[in-house]
Design a protein around this ligand. Structure first.
Ligand SMILES: Cc1cc2nc3c(=O)[nH]c(=O)nc-3n(C[C@H](O)[C@H](O)[C@H](O)COP(=O)(O)OP(=O)(O)OC[C@H]3O[C@@H](n4cnc5c(N)ncnc54)[C@H](O)[C@@H]3O)c2cc1C
Ligand SMILES: NC(=O)c1ccc[n+]([C@@H]2O[C@H](COP(=O)([O-])OP(=O)(O)OC[C@H]3O[C@@H](n4cnc5c(N)ncnc54)[C@H](O)[C@@H]3O)[C@@H](O)[C@H]2O)c1
Length: 470
């Protein structure tokens, strides 16, 4: 058995682990990174990257089919396998950034083996025992497979297999109407599949209901069947002939099945109890600085039991580097974290939703709002569906919701405002180039000030007074 001593030992080379490794090694720490499967983790191989590439292929097929503005649409029969080639090419293009070679080039020691704790201060990976000053658990998550009768014996896909499927499904049934379910529903629909989504509660249920309804109406109009409030009671069938039954007596027959009902954290094979690291179903138990009950051990990304996004894993890395390398106090915030579901239209959120803000701030809440229907660029582009609404308390935004074209790009100004606690006046004082979709943000900020300026007797009195001056 080989033995290694290192400053920082990171388990998992996904979004979180790679960010910690790159930052720590470049600041002078001795870093060991352990990966049991593919470098790049879920985001690169089975998550963000392939899903956005498949959506891009779907959006292109849809644009061609739709035509418009004088260009005739024609119904392409999208080449599903070629769309998958685009997915693979996208992964291949990005992969070198996450590769073993790149990290070794930066000076990181990379071990390709499954890791587990053998004591409070040691991890074993293959035939190597690593003793470290600090450990980072960055082991991510995997698809949760619910205990639905028949599911285990019926062929089904998850995000780990669906991107490798090269034959177009005739009829894809998706269990789960969260971000994975809805993004995959639209990508497959636009690539020529029939799609049915079975959602146990409300589709896009974590999002503002008004914004979610805009997306769901759009998806339904494209022909995606979305069944909400339906409990799947049994699944059966064989390759190409899947049958699913729901509690309300519905029967759905399809050719393929995708299960997308949430995630299970990868902490079960780490022997965390041996390291005295407390954990539960949601992940490693961490304090506000992402430190576990064993002070040597931190957790980042999905394994830390909170929000499950690549940019959160990257943000976590910055927080713990501050603490591990410089011994400075560091706290992970969540109030300024944005998220986007990349359907068309996109749905983006940062901070509190309207309902959350109303619950916390009551009557002090002001909703400033602007619609894409009044945005000149959106009109020119023929994309007028959607809106921006900003939750404002005492002159500062506490949340923003945007549904519409490029919502994920447009939300960023509100992410900046929340991260830096800017006032609405900072956004209103900015000049947006005309005509841009981004003007919607300035228009929303203007909607906050309009009543204060245009409906204020005091303002009117001052203006009248000044006009009397010579
Ligand atoms: C279909 C899909 C689409 C998504 N789209 C987006 C998106 O658009 N935007 C976004 O922000 N987020 C998206 N996400 C979420 C995002 O992928 C995750 O939040 C992110 O990958 C989490 O990073 P991580 O570092 O915590 O884990 P991961 O990226 O999963 O990395 C964990 C790594 O640890 C390794 N590992 C696990 N156990 C061990 C062990 N014992 N020993 C050694 N190695 C181990 C794994 O092999 C893996 O490589 C998506 C997820 C899915 C499934
Ligand atoms: N664009 C993005 O940023 C993006 C995209 C995809 C995934 N993600 C991340 O990955 C996470 C996981 O995504 P997800 O969509 O799998 O999970 P999710 O938890 O967000 O949504 C799962 C959905 O499945 C439903 N559900 C659960 N059990 C069910 C059952 N038995 N029958 C029918 N419906 C059931 C839930 O009510 C929920 O609406 C997300 O929460 C997000 O953090 C992000």
């Amino acid at each position: 058995m080989a033995r290694i001593k290192t400053d920082i030992c990171i388990i998992g080379a996904g979004s979180g682990g790679l960010s910690v490794a790159a930052g720590a090694v470049q600041m002078g720490a001795d870093v060991t990174l352990i990966e049991g499967h593919k470098m790049g983790g879920d985001c690169l191989n089975y998550g963000c990257v392939p899903s956005k590439a498949l959506l891009a292929a779907g959006h292109r097929a849809h644009a061609v089919a739709r035509g418009g503005f004088g260009t005739a649409g024609h119904d392409p029969v999208p080449d599903f396998a070629a769309a998958k080639d685009h997915v693979q090419a996208t992964i291949d293009t990005i992969a070198p950034v996450d590769s073993q070679e790149r990290f070794e080039g930066l000076g990181v020691r990379v071990i390709r083996a499954e890791a587990r704790f053998i004591s409070e201060t040691e991890v074993q990976a293959g035939d190597t025992i690593i003793t470290a000053r600090r450990f980072v658990i960055a082991t991510g998550s995997r698809p949760f497979i619910p205990p639905i009768p028949g599911l285990a014996d019926t062929p089904h896909h998850t995000n780990e297999t669906i991107f490798a499927l090269r034959e177009r499904p005739d009829h894809l049934i998706i269990i789960g109407g969260g971000p994975i379910g809805m993004e995959m529903a639209q990508a497959h629909r636009r690539l020529g599949c029939r799609v049915t989504v079975i959602e146990g509660a409300r589709a896009l249920g974590r999002d503002d209901p008004e914004a979610a309804a805009v997306v769901l109406d759009h998806l339904r109009a494209e022909g995606i069947e979305i069944v909400e409030g339906a409990e799947v009671t049994s699944v059966s069938g064989t390759d190409g002939a899947i049958r699913l039954e729901t509690g309300d007596g519905r029967r759905v027959d399809g050719s393929h099945l995708l299960v997308a009902v949430g995630r299970q954290v990868n902490t079960d094979r780490l022997d965390l109890d041996r390291a005295h690291v407390a954990h539960d179903r949601r992940g490693v138990t961490v304090d506000s600085g992402l430190r576990s009950t064993n002070r040597r051990v931190y957790a980042v990304g999905d394994a830390a039991g909170g929000l499950q996004f690549t940019h959160v894993a990257g943000y976590h890395a910055g927080v713990i580097i501050r603490s591990m390398l410089f011994g400075l106090p560091a706290r992970a915030r969540t109030d300024h974290v944005p998220r986007t579901t990349y359907t068309d239209p996109e749905l983006a959120q940062v901070g509190l939703t309207e309902a959350e803000a109303r619950k916390i701030h009551g009557d002090r809440l002001f909703i400033a709002r602007a619609d894409f229907a009044h945005n000149d660029r959106a009109i020119a582009n023929g994309q007028t569906t959607g809106f921006c609404k900003v939750m404002v308390v005492k002159g500062r935004p506490v949340g923003a919701t945007i549904v519409g074209p490029q919502a994920g790009e447009l939300i960023q100004i509100w992410a900046l405002a929340l991260a830096n606690r800017l006032k609405m006046s900072a956004i209103a004082g900015m000049i947006s180039p005309y005509p841009t979709l981004g003007e919607i943000n300035k228009r929303a900020a203007g909607a906050y000030f309009s009543p204060r300026l245009f409906e204020s007797p005091m303002v009117k009195r001052i203006v009248r007074l000044v006009q009397r001056l010579p």
